[in-house]
Design a protein around this ligand. Structure first.
Ligand SMILES: [Cu+2]
Length: 253
């Protein structure tokens, strides 16, 4: 009976392993890869966001900081939106040596929004002469929590779970950032021009998603952090041509 039970357990394990392997991202050589250039534009009436109160180290950080929840540049260009291919099963190899940098500088996370690949290194530096603390919750579960008391101190971590990483600093409630962790390399954050580029994609049809953290204020938490509505997710089907470029426009309002 014991032997029977253990074989059942082993078989179940192999079955689960099989499922997780079949859903994993396959790294292949991409032939005639194409490109996506995405543009994210704000088309509504632009809201004015209240600055966020600083509750510690005001002598260094200032009394308040501008909210980074919505940054709109020239011609409605939205910075810090994330474009990515949803559920892509195979494509270009993953650069596992690529390190993602995050800076705690002038009492803010820089960049405010970034992306990385799970299992690669995230290097967090404290450029300020005050104590910061980096706290990352991925889809609501804490995956990193490190104090950084010294200026120029670096902590390196590997985040092994995909999802939306919410970044906060326990020391400064006004600080907030996001890092999106993927199991594939097809993602990018919009720049000052509201554009993102994803390259070397095997030609074909994909679901292209754009994430934005949302700027719609719903209240404040116990520490005084502004709470915004749930993130905005937009989807468009896109056909990536061989060796060509697909331009895709997204609107936020
Ligand atoms: Cu801080």
């Amino acid at each position: 009976m014991k032997r029977f039970l253990s074989s059942i357990i082993i078989l179940t394990f192999i079955f689960i392993l099989g499922i997780s392997i079949s859903y994993a991202y396959d790294e292949v050589e991409v032939k005639d890869g194409g490109q996506i250039i995405g543009h994210v534009k704000f088309t509504g009436a632009q809201p004015k966001l209240d600055p966020i109160k600083v509750n510690k180290n005001q002598d260094y950080c200032g009394n308040e900081k501008a909210s980074e929840a919505l940054i709109v540049g020239k011609d409605g260009a939205v910075k810090y939106a994330v474009g990515y291919l949803d559920k892509i099963e195979k494509g270009k190899p993953i650069d596992r040596k690529k390190q993602t940098d995050l800076d705690q500088k002038k009492c803010a996370f820089g960049p405010h929004v970034s992306t990385m690949i799970k299992g690669t290194e995230l290097a967090v530096i404290n450029s300020d002469p005050i104590l910061h603390n980096i706290n990352i919750n991925v889809d609501g579960i804490q995956r990193m929590n490190k104090g950084q008391p010294k200026q120029n101190q670096v902590v390196v971590a590997r985040l092994r779970h995909i999802g939306q990483g919410d970044i906060t600093c326990d020391s400064h409630t006004h600080m907030r950032g996001y890092i999106h962790i993927f199991d594939h390399p097809y993602h990018a954050v919009t720049d000052d021009a509201g554009s993102f580029t994803i390259d070397n994609i095997p030609p074909g049809k994909y679901m292209l998603k754009v994430w934005h953290e949302s700027w719609k204020l719903t209240g404040h938490d116990d520490d005084g952090r502004p709470l915004y509505d749930k993130p905005i997710l937009l989807t468009k089907e896109v056909e990536v041509p061989a060796k060509g470029i697909a331009h895709v426009n997204f609107e936020l309002k």
